[in-house]
Design a protein around this ligand. Structure first.
Ligand SMILES: O=P(O)(O)OC[C@@H](O)[C@H]1O[C@@H](OP(=O)(O)O)[C@@H](O)[C@@H](O)[C@@H]1O
Ligand SMILES: [Mg+2]
Ligand SMILES: [Zn+2]
Length: 172
């Protein structure tokens, strides 16, 4: 059977975005993230993380720093009985004009190569319009923008204040 995926952006969706976070000490889970992920899993979804990490290309931190933090993050999820299917990251700076930096769809294409995924029954959740554009460009049917501003639902996305709030939107 094809997998239904909830694609999650990282910074600003899973953890607070203090700007180019790469240290474990600065990685702060946003309230309700584990509850939301458990909800998705109970509905039969699997979770994939897609994150732009231009801090690597900008030499703010190394790929090893990112991998270390990712292992910590995945382990915290595991402690909460959540297995993340895969973490995809773009290590490039904007100047490198790669195919993987959102809103480009390289990371989503890679996931389709790695797994049999039903995009018509999948979701993308991000906190920037570039995330939404990536989801749209990749033909992920359902998209949610996390925003504390007064953004309104539109043709391209629904709006929620946090990942926890998406529980009300992702119901099947
Ligand atoms: O939200 P995701 O995709 O998980 O990751 C985004 C981050 O890598 C960083 O993306 C940067 O944007 P630029 O990459 O410099 O445009 C800035 O917004 C940083 O504050 C932010 O931490
Ligand atoms: Mg983000
Ligand atoms: Zn890239």
């Amino acid at each position: 059977m094809q997998k239904k995926i909830v694609y999650l952006d990282r910074d600003g969706v899973i953890n607070k975005d203090f700007g180019y976070v790469y240290e474990i000490e600065k990685f702060e889970f946003i309230d309700g993230v584990f509850e939301a992920c458990k909800h998705f899993i109970n509905l039969g979804y699997e979770i994939i993380i897609v994150t732009n990490q231009s801090g690597i290309g900008r030499d703010y931190y190394s790929k090893e720093d990112f991998i270390k933090l990712t292992q910590y993050m995945e382990n915290e999820f595991r402690k909460n009985h959540i297995d993340i299917l895969k973490v995809y990251f773009c290590p490039h700076s904007p100047e490198q004009n790669c195919e993987c930096r959102k809103p480009n769809i390289g990371m989503i294409l890679q996931s389709l190569n790695d797994f049999d995924i039903d995009l018509n029954n999948s979701w993308l959740v991000g906190d920037k319009i570039s995330d939404i554009e990536c989801g749209k460009n990749a033909k992920i049917k359902n998209r949610i923008l996390i925003s504390s501003k007064e953004d309104k639902n539109s043709e391209d996305f629904l709006v929620a204040k946090s990942l926890f709030e998406t529980i009300n939107l992702i119901q099947k």
